[in-house]
Ligand binder design. Structure first.
Ligand code: NAD
Length: 255
């Protein structure tokens, strides 16, 4: 791909476990990546790893609870690279607790980050993509949004909304050449799941080894397993896939 042909992907949560893998996958396939995250130090580390012989990653740190940041992230991609081909809304938080354990603040924070930020980035991105004749958007939901697990009322509900929102957009904007899909991982070996184990007093390696036994394919997902599916959905190989929520679960049923 020549420099002028290089496509641009915006990836949120790019400093996190799955976000780094998605960023690496797009760079390996010749994309320019606009990396968003609240963690500036994490973005610096990502850019140091990926910007080798030429600049391929531009970072823009900010908090997705801020509408202006969500919209600026998309505009920044267009201003910096002159185009916008892909948006991956990957950032998210997991909030534990049943309804009695969930505060107003927990609920609002979960929905602001997991859902409302995606509304702002998608609206802005679709406006640009329509002008360029198309694009692809992937929103990271969760198997727990489709089949809620116990004790995570806010998280599961927010991810159910992400899956439904992606299907709505996929249907509405297919005629514009914009394919919108959701990816629904089950357990993935990232800081999100590992810190959860530490908080509950478990050794994360032992807990993950135990969890691996519950997956028919023999192990929980690595971030690259999710990144490959995200890249596929944004590629021409998935040209007839839109408005769907793809489960990536190693054949593990939630119940
Ligand atoms: P992670 O915690 O490693 O990464 C999440 C990233 O999002 C972090 O870098 C964090 O800084 C960023 N982020 C959080 N809040 C933000 C905010 N307000 N503004 C900007 N950035 C913010 O988590 P991960 O496991 O890589 O998860 C990525 C996505 O995959 C999430 O949407 C998560 O819900 C989803 N998911 C993860 C799993 C799993 O088992 N890890 C399972 C299903 C779905």
């Amino acid at each position: 791909m020549s420099d002028t042909e290089k496509k641009t992907a915006v990836i949120t949560g790019a400093a996190g476990g799955i976000g780094q893998a998605i960023s690496r996958q797009f760079i390996a396939n010749g994309f320019r990546v606009i990396a968003g995250d609240a963690d500036q130090a994490g973005l610096d580390r990502l850019a140091a790893k990926l910007n080798r012989s030429e600049q391929t990653v531009w970072d823009k740190a900010g908090d997705l609870r801020n509408k202006a940041y969500c919209e600026e992230l998309i505009d920044y991609a267009v201003q910096t690279t002159g185009r916008l081909d892909v948006l991956v809304n990957n950032a998210g938080i997991i909030t534990r607790g049943n309804i009695l354990e969930t505060t107003d603040e927990d609920w609002e924070r979960t929905f602001d980050i997991n859902l409302t930020s995606i509304f702002y980035t998608c609206r802005k991105a679709i406006g640009h993509m329509k002008g360029y004749g198309g694009g692809a958007i992937v929103n990271i939901a969760s198997c727990w949004g489709l089949y809620p697990g116990p004790g995570h009322a806010a998280y599961c509900t927010s991810k159910a909304a992400v899956a439904s929102f992606s299907k709505c957009l996929g249907r509405d904007h297919a005629p514009d050449g914009i394919r919108v899909n959701a990816v629904c991982p089950n357990e993935v070996n990232t800081p999100m799941i590992r810190t959860g184990f530490v908080r509950r007093g478990f050794d994360p390696d032992t807990a993950i080894a135990e969890l691996n036994k519950s997956v028919p394919l023999g192990r929980i997902a690595e971030p690259e397993d999710i990144a490959d599916v995200v890249f596929f959905l944004c590629s021409d190989a998935a040209r007839y896939i839109a408005g769907t929520a793809v489960e990536v679960n190693g054949a593990k049923p939630v119940y």
